[in-house]
Design a protein around this ligand. Structure first.
Ligand code: IFG
Length: 519
């Protein structure tokens, strides 16, 4: 990069120098400790006194392959600092620099973050790791960095090194768009927030009894009546293919992979309202706006069913760059055991036919075809012999026990929204379990990760999503990312307490749990 370009960028930066210099006598207010990060990093080595100061002259250095991530970080740092923070391929030596570097070790998602008085360096073997390093960096800056308007203060970062990498590859959140349709803007806002905790999968529950929320060209009536009424008629709407692809792109830029779910053979009332030929008697059932489950079933003996299923899987797989396609499989109480196995034996292989790994609620393990699938555990027990047997046969598991990870459950009896069938889940309950030992006969390496499902029977808007998800989602995110050895409630709750003001600055309507000492 020619020097004149750099000097021009610096000149522009200099113009943003704060007119009122920080009083020389004021000791800069404390920056967060390196150990305050959520999820807890694998290895933290503070270097007391080696403080880095972000100033108007700071530039972000990134090679072309790291440029998008650098631009994203600079965009996140500009509002509160008011600094230009140019992103440059090289910077003049001696200028305070944040350097993003690709290369080295740490696997797909690991990174090393080093802070010295001269430079902040994030090094990672792959872009996802670099992005994870920037999520950590945001938390090492004072909480005011999350302000949307300029805050005049010293932007210091404590010195030291963090070497970090994830415990599990799958760290998921789930959002139910079927019971209540949430708009693309609400989904994107949720993606912004979950990616701050290094969550890397977002499972979208797209179809259910009360609504079908994704356009399928070969079955257009599924979304003709705006996709179905939703619970209490409060949730009509659906994603066009363009909107779904836009969400996929938005998520990918934040290193979140979308996992679409079409729930079958149960939870299909909305599809049968649109296409009565999907029932065995050809009679369309009435649309449903209540919250009952387990009363609907595709017609297992009809070839129309498998034409429908294959069309849906084909179109959804074509829209989904991620590795997983979730086909539900839960609560098929209106399907006989034999029919359920027949159905899964035919449908699980269809997912593979279209290039995806089949993923379903743990009931799919009744079918031997689940040996190459991922089963999502949602039970409230600590034993599940069918799942344990499937694991012995090769099935991988994502752990989302309903009495720990279902963030649609109330915190306590006084919680205004949410359900309670799985029990009340306070943040300490969401944190207080181990994915590797929770379920008998299901442990690493069969466990590939965790997920926090947020069902939307009682949700209406983004505030409701935020109120139920935060602070429990970070608890699940930490179980998915941090080494088991770092698991400690006192540490986690203190870090949550310090993090709360960041949600406030970002306008996130989180639940101020009485279990946490909020700063
Ligand atoms: N169980 C149902 C969901 C939803 C949930 C609400 C699963 C896999 C209760 N199935 O969880 O459709 O209604 O907490």
């Amino acid at each position: 990069m020619a020097n004149h370009v750099i000097s021009r960028a610096l000149a522009a930066a200099a113009l943003t120098l704060p007119l009122v210099a920080t009083p020389a006598t004021a000791a800069p207010p404390q920056a967060p400790a390196l150990s305050s990060v959520i999820p807890a990093p694998a290895q933290v080595t503070p270097a007391p006194g080696a403080t880095f100061r972000l100033t108007a002259l700071t530039a972000v250095k990134a090679a072309p392959a790291a440029r998008k991530i650098a631009e994203q970080l600079a965009r996140e740092l500009r509002p509160a600092t008011g600094y230009a923070l140019p992103v440059l391929p090289a910077t003049l030596p001696g200028l305070p620099t944040i350097s993003l570097q690709l290369g080295g070790t740490g696997g797909r998602e690991g990174y090393t973050l080093t802070v010295t008085p001269k430079q902040v360096t994030i090094r990672a073997a792959a872009p996802a790791g670099l992005y994870n390093g920037t999520r950590t960096l945001l938390q090492l800056l004072p909480k005011e960095i999350d302000s949307r308007t300029v805050v005049r203060r010293a932007w210091t970062i404590n010195g030291g090194t963090i070497k970090d990498l994830p415990r599990y590859a799958y760290r998921g959140a789930m959002l139910d768009l079927a019971r209540h349709f949430h708009t693309p803007a609400e989904v994107k806002a949720y993606i912004d927030e979950i990616s701050r905790f290094k969550v890397n999968y977002l499972h979208l529950h797209l179809t259910d009894d009360q609504g079908w929320r994704i356009r399928i060209d070969s079955w257009p009536r599924l979304t003709a009546g705006d996709g179905g009424p939703g619970v209490d008629g409060e949730g009509p709407g659906f994603l066009t293919k363009a909107e779904y692809s836009d969400i996929v792109r938005y998520a990918a830029a934040r290193y979140v992979t979308i996992v679409p779910e079409v729930d079958m053979p149960g939870h299909v009332n909305a599809a049968q309202v649109a296409y009565p030929e999907l029932t065995c008697d050809g009679v369309a059932p009435p649309p449903r706006t209540d919250t009952e489950v387990g009363y609907s079933s595709l017609c297992i003996s009809s070839e129309t069913t498998y034409r429908f299923v294959e069309d849906v899987i084909r179109e959804l797989a074509a829209l989904t760059p991620g590795p997983y396609l979730h086909i539900g499989g839960d609560e098929a109480h209106a399907t006989s055991e034999a029919d359920y196995v027949t159905f899964q034996n035919r449908v699980l292989p269809l997912v593979k036919k279209y290039g995806k790994t089949a993923y379903g609620w743990n009931e799919i393990t009744k079918s031997p075809a689940a040996a190459t699938a991922v089963a999502q555990f949602w039970g409230t027990t600590t034993t599940n012999p069918t799942l344990a047997a499937a694991v012995a046969n090769g099935t991988k598991v994502v752990m989302s026990p309903a009495n720990k990870a279902y963030i649609d459950q109330k915190y306590d009896p006084s919680t205004p929204i949410g359900l309670s069938w799985a029990g009340y889940i306070e943040v300490r309950d969401a944190y207080g379990w181990d994915p590797a030992t929770h379920l008998a006969g299901v442990t690493d390496p069969a466990v590939i990760g965790v997920e926090a499902p947020l069902w939307s029977e009682t949700l209406r808007d983004l505030d409701d999503i935020e109120f139920l998800a935060f602070p429990r989602l970070p608890a699940i995110a930490e179980l998915g990312w941090s080494p088991a050895a770092t698991h400690d409630w006192d540490s986690f709750s203190a870090r949550l307490g310090a993090y709360g003001p960041r949600w406030t600055l970002r306008g996130i309507d989180f639940y101020p749990s009485p279990q946490v000492d909020w700063q």
